[in-house]
Write a protein that binds this ligand. Sequence first.
Ligand SMILES: [Mg+2]
Length: 256
Amino acid sequence: MKTLLFLDLDDTVFQTEAKGLHDHGCANYALEPTAFLESGLAHGFSTPPQRQFLQLMRGVEIIPTTARHTASYQRVKLDIPPPNWVILNHGGTILNANGQPDPSWSAHMQATMQPWLALFNDLNSQINAWAAHHAPGLHARLIGDHGQIFYVLVKDRDKQHAISLPRLRDELLAAWLEPHPELTLHHNGNNLTVMPRSLDKAHAVRFLLEHYRREHPELLVLGAGDSQSDADFLALCDYALVPKHAQLMRKLAQDS
Ligand SMILES: [Mg+2]
C-alpha cells in the first residue's frame, strides 16, 4: 500500500538553534544546519531525533507541506528524495516535481484570493500606521509567490513579539476582523498572519489526496506538524504526528 507523509517543516523537522536546545532539553545534541537565510547563514537546525524520524520515513512518499514560499523552501536542505509535490504558502501553491505551480490549483487560488486583495492592502497600511505609534519594531507586509498575494504577515524586528503582537491583536486586529468571519488570524512566535480561511494547508492536502486516490484507492496517509495552522490538514490524515513542545501539543494537553 502506498504511504504518504504530508510534512510540515519549521518546528517539526528543524527549528532555530535556541529553540532546539531549549525544547529538547539537551545541550549536547549535535544540531545540524538545515535551513538557511538569504545571506547563506544557517538559521534552522535539526536534532538527531528529527533526522532519525526522516530516516524512518524512507520508503514513504514525503510531501513537504509548509507556510514557506518558493525561495525560502529552496533554502531548506532536508535529507529526503526529491518530492513529487510540494505544498507552499499555507496551501496557496502546489509545486509539481519540476518545481512548477500546478496550473489548476493556481487558478483556483487566484479566484479564492481575488476578493481579499484590496482589504489586505488596507489592513497592511493600518498595521504599519499603528506600529509607528505603538511598537516601532512591528512591520506588516503582503506575502505572495508566483505573482499571487496570499496573506498579511506581521513580525517584530526588535524581537519584542511576546508583547507587541498580542497588543496589536487586542488593540487593532480584533475589531478589524470582526466584520470578516471568513478571515482568520494565526499567531506562532514572531509570526502573526491574517489570511482567508479558504487558504489552508488542508485544502491543498485534500486536492492532492483526490489526485493520489484516483491511482491508489488504498492509501495510508500520515501527517506531521506542530502548529495550530496544521490542525486541519492533520485531521485529514490516518495518523497525525505532533512533535514534543509543539504549539499544537500544548493545545492537546490543555484540552485533555
Ligand atoms: Mg511548523
